[in-house]
Design a protein around this ligand. Structure first.
Ligand code: B1M
Length: 209
């Protein structure tokens, strides 16, 4: 089994303790961080499919998520770009009712790498908490809302609309598997991105045009 296949298999199996070492071995073998990250993202898709098929349950999804997070910790310093220029502060969070944070954490990491100061509110963030964070932090230029559940799409709408009502000129970007560009437009978001890399490009574009 190649190193990358080993990383994938161990993330799927939720072997958190083994992952940092395996990711390091993959790096030492010359595999680039983006490829290792993609392998772990693919593993989470496999885990999701197994969950949908009733082959695994929530605890298994959770341990796989923990394993992936351990791998991301190893990659994070290597994926950070040049953040020496400041584009302002970005408040980020996963919307109310939603506990998924791996995608949000990747998006945060990538937006930070383009030159934003990040204020991460975590998961299950009510609309009002986004507004409070904008008020309580200096130079907020962007709010980023993540959501992974179809059932929390109304909470994303509420978040965007509450933020926009309080700060009409502040830019808001949304994303997450159930979000589409059409839905983003419909709920009044300024930007949408399908993945972490494009979220960082869109984030910069939103505050510099
Ligand atoms: Co849950 N879960 N989960 N889960 N989970 C999904 C999302 C699901 C698709 C699995 C499935 O059924 N196949 C399904 C949602 C179905 C739907 O609504 N359409 C689901 C479900 C149903 C649930 C529960 C309801 C299960 C239950 O209790 N019966 C429950 C809900 C809990 C809650 O939130 N209230 C639940 C719980 C959990 C765990 C807690 C066990 C765990 C999360 C742990 C954690 O995050 N710390 C978990 C996991 C791990 C998953 C899967 C397997 C993996 C998610 C993940 O981390 N993917 C997931 C299946 C899947 O995704 N295929 C699933 C990797 C990550 C890098 O991708 O998060 O999509 P993703 O992020 C991407 C893009 O979406 C995008 O960029 C990221 C990186 O490129 N993106 C943005 C994300 N946010 C963005 C923001 C942006 C821009 C882009 O701008 C601001």
């Amino acid at each position: 089994m190649s190193k990358i296949e080993e990383v994938k298999a161990k993330v799927e199996a939720g072997k958190s303790k083994l992952i940092p070492g395996l990711v390091q071995e993959a790096l030492d073998a010359g595999i680039v961080p983006a490829e290792i990250l993609q392998a772990m993202v693919d593993s989470m898709s496999v885990v999701g499919d197994k969950f949908s098929a009733g082959e695994i349950f929530v605890p298994e999804m959770l341990i796989a998520a923990k394993a992936m997070s351990k791998g991301v910790e190893v990659l994070k310093p290597l994926m950070a770009g040049d953040s020496s220029s400041s584009l302002g502060t970005c408040v980020i969070g996963t919307v109310a009712g939603d506990l998924h944070d791996i995608g949000k954490n990747l998006v945060s990491m990538m937006i930070e790498s383009t030159g934003f100061e990040m204020v991460d509110l975590g998961v299950d963030v009510p609309a009002d908490a986004f507004v409070e964070a904008v008020k309580n932090n200096a130079n907020v230029k962007l709010v980023a809302c993540s959501g992974l559940l179809t059932t929390t799409m109304p909470a994303m709408k509420e978040a965007v609309q509450t933020i926009k009502a309080a700060f009409p000129d502040l830019k808001v970007i949304v994303g997450g598997a159930p979000v589409t560009p059409e839905y983003a437009g419909e709920i009044g978001a300024d930007g949408y991105a399908p993945d972490a890399g494009s979220a960082s490009v869109k984030a910069k574009e939103l505050v510099t045009v």
